[in-house]
Design a protein around this ligand. Structure first.
Ligand code: GAL
Ligand code: CA
Length: 335
């Protein structure tokens, strides 16, 4: 090549570069992408399905002209093994942040190990891992309700109802005969809600006599069965039913209806969650009260945290308690 030809080629090359640069400036910037994986313990849980719908809505709402948020949601059918596999699929499928509602809250080791190795942050929600597990890695967070408060509020609702209506003590012995319907054994909400509801009633000066309790795993049909058994042991003597969630309070009511109990022979029923069916039952006076489990607040906190943890921007704006926890308050609901 002659000197002149080389110079001409150089000039053309530079013009091309300038041209390319200009093109880049004028073309719209491609949006950043955030792929969020969500997995939850069981697809048949009423409250969880409502919470998941809120999470979808809040995540979609956070996308915008700079960020394209996509979500994969998978239920784990009550199996930790299935959930471990789902988490692996999601991580290898390109999820940059995961939201995990554990099947077994005491068994997150495999999930944490995999996430840590792949540097994929995890927001655990609703089923709280033990502290020792939460401390295994910096990229682990928890969003949930304040379990203690939900129990206290249920106790307050029941105490108010009992103090305002002498007829609730149907056998007029000055004590309230009660039963408890409990969620899954080992779930933080089961243990803490029951304890705080009962203690709050006592603090308000209500004399209690516990007739029995049944584990119904948050489930309406199981609660109906367990209540049928409790009724067969105690006949019409039960004056108060405290259920760890709305579905189980409704299952208890189903049992009385199935046995054709008259209105004035029924105990009073209290749930927790404020699910659609739960709120409807409070409106109709079938449940005496429930405690609203702030699914909108939890979903909004999760979406904001997922965006921050997944993009690495905005972590300083997250109002953590104890560095990795976000607890949302509950509220009382009565007619
Ligand atoms: C509780 C909720 C229950 C059930 C459970 C599942 O917080 O009150 O209805 O959804 O979580 O973990
Ligand atoms: Ca009584």
């Amino acid at each position: 090549m002659t000197k002149n030809k080389m110079r001409a080629a150089g000039i053309i090359f530079c013009i091309c570069l300038l041209f390319l640069g200009a093109c880049e400036k004028n073309s719209p910037k491609t949006r950043d992408k955030l792929h969020v994986g969500v997995t939850y313990y069981d697809q048949s849980d009423t409250f969880m399905n409502e919470l998941i719908a809120c999470i979808r809505e809040k995540m979609e709402g956070l996308g915008g002209k700079d960020l394209d948020i996509t979500m994969t949601v998978r239920g784990a059918s009550g199996s930790q093994q299935i959930q471990d596999d789902l988490v692996e699929e999601m991580i290898y499928g390109g999820c940059q942040v995961l939201c995990v509602n554990l099947v077994d809250r005491t068994d997150p080791s495999d999930i944490i190990e995999l996430a840590r190795k792949n540097n994929t942050p995890i927001i655990f929600f609703n089923r709280e891992p033990v502290e020792e597990d939460m401390l295994r890695w910096d990229g682990l967070y928890y969003v949930g309700a304040d379990s203690e408060q939900s129990g206290v509020l249920q106790g307050e609702l029941a105490a108010e109802a009992i103090q305002n209506n002498k007829k609730i003590d149907r056998n007029k012995d000055g004590k309230i005969q009660f039963v408890v319907l409990e969620g899954e054994p080992g779930h933080q909400d089961t243990i803490i809600r029951t304890e705080n509801a009962v203690n709050t009633l006592k603090k308000h000066g209500i004399e209690l006599e516990k007739l029995g309790s049944g584990i119904a795993n948050w489930n309406r049909a199981q609660a109906q069965n367990r209540t049928m058994q409790l009724i067969s042991q105690h006949q019409g003597n039960i004056e108060l039913v405290l259920a760890n969630n709305d579905d189980m309070a409704l299952g208890a009511l189903d049992a009385y209806q199935k046995l054709n109990y008259a209105e004035n022979e029924l105990p009073i029923f209290f749930g927790i969650d404020g699910t659609d069916v739960g709120l409807e039952a409070v409106r109709e006076g079938k449940l005496s009260g429930t405690v609203y489990h702030d699914k909108e607040g939890q979903a909004a906190a999760m979406a904001k945290l997922a965006k921050a943890a997944g993009t690495g921007k905005g972590m300083e704006d997250i109002p953590f308690q104890n560095k990795k926890y976000i607890f949302l308050p509950c509220t009382k609901v009565k007619k």
